[in-house]
Design a protein around this ligand. Structure first.
Ligand code: NAD
Length: 354
């Protein structure tokens, strides 16, 4: 039996944050804003540092009045030190990030994340912050484990790392930077004794996500009633779509419960193909295009990806609880109420932005 949202055990785990000072870099982001919501409920005192390059103040909505918001670039170590002063915990999410279309076409922005990570971790060390939780990525895993769309293997934390030759072969510049973020965490742990957790986040989706990510892009195309309906790739590639409420719960629990220097998967163990995902979307919208246009020249990334949950179960006593249908219903309902026809008309550009 694992802990789920609302359980007394879950509430107890999150009490770790009650009255603690916590800095969230990138806290105005899609994922960051859900983390803010959860940690405010847990009673944390929050500072958010974000340059609003892809994050938005409106993501924080009415929560903005309950956090100390600092607009600034995380690459400025001085700025982060000032924001982190007195913080016991840092969640570091501020990175250039987008969907496959963005990360494949912005390698320079992706390697720039090495600087974001270093400045954030150095600031944590300088102000004596003893715990860093890093928004790592499934892209840190070797691509060689993810080449077959029919594969059912679940990626285990030990399959990506620095101790064993052959376990560092991540997914593009973005994935290399995320794995090197983990190497930086290891260095800060070894030299300064900071507890560090790399949360390897797998394909999050939900309210406040933008169109550069597969789920929102496919929802937007369906709402625009595109027919033929375009998808990137042949539709057989799989991902473990993880509802964002589960993503931030996993991050918060990992931050509360793990010590030393560790990595942990935050995602589901279900391989869901793009073909399965779009049928679920069409079902919710009660609409179906007459033709699916499979754009095989567009960026698709690896062919299969899902997370082993062994460590989540054993170390966090938790696994994600949202199913795809319910998560998609929430997401679609949010997107419908926040999007107008003008936005859908500019969709082609949005698919490659962040
Ligand atoms: N969405 C996913 O499925 C996923 C998967 C793996 C990892 N992640 C990681 O989770 C984190 C949040 O991702 P997201 O999906 O919410 O994307 P996002 O683009 O909404 O988040 C990035 C945030 O960082 C801020 N930012 C970027 N560069 C900055 C800088 N130099 N200084 C200050 N702020 C800066 C942005 O304004 C934004 O708020 C990122 O680190 C991302 O790499 C996300």
């Amino acid at each position: 039996m694992t802990t789920t949202a609302g359980d007394p055990a879950w509430e107890a785990a999150l009490r770790f944050y009650a009255s603690r000072s916590v800095l969230i870099t990138g806290g105005a982001s899609f994922i960051g804003s859900h983390l803010v919501e959860l940690l405010l409920k847990a009673g944390a005192h929050l500072t958010v540092l974000d340059d609003l390059s892809s994050g938005k103040l409106e993501n924080l909505g009415s929560m903005a009045k309950d956090v100390n918001f600092v607009q600034g670039d995380v690459r400025s170590q001085d700025k982060v030190e000032a924001a982190a002063a007195g913080c016991e915990v840092m969640f570091h999410l501020a990175n250039a990030h987008g969907g496959r279309g963005y990360i494949d076409t912005h390698p320079v922005e992706c390697v720039n994340n090495l600087i974001c990570d270093h400045a954030a971790f150095a600031a944590a060390a300088a102000v004596g912050c003893g715990r860093i939780i890093y928004a790592g990525s499934a892209c840190a895993y070797p691509v060689s484990l993810q080449t077959d769309a029919t594969a059912t293997n679940l990626l285990e934390e030990s399959e990506a790392g620095f101790e064993v030759q052959g376990r560092a072969f991540p997914d593009g510049e973005y994935g290399w930077a995320k794995l090197m973020g983990e190497l930086q965490l290891r260095a800060f742990h070894r030299q300064f004794g900071i507890d560090t957790v790399a949360c390897r986040i797998f394909t999050a989706y939900g309210p406040r996500e933008n169109e550069s990510h597969a789920v929102i892009a496919l929802v937007a195309k369906a709402l625009a009633r595109m027919d033929p309906y375009p998808i990137w790739g042949d539709g057989s590639q799989t991902r473990n779509f993880t509802y964002v409420k589960d993503t931030v719960t996993g991050m918060a629990l990992a931050g509360a419960r793990l010590n030393g220097c560790q990595a942990i998967n935050i995602g589901t163990d279900e391989h869901i193909s793009i073909d399965e995902l779009i049928e679920e979307i069409f079902g919710i919208l009660s609409w179906h295009p007459s033709e699916i246009k499979r754009e095989i020249d567009m960026p698709v990334g690896v062919m299969s990806r899902a997370a082993s949950l062994k460590k989540c179960r054993s170390e966090l006593d938790w696994t994600p609880s949202w199913n795809l249908h319910d998560g998609l219903k929430e997401t679609i309902s949010w997107y419908e109420s926040h999007t107008d026809a003008k936005q859908l008309a500019g969709l082609d550009k949005l698919l490659l932005s962040r």
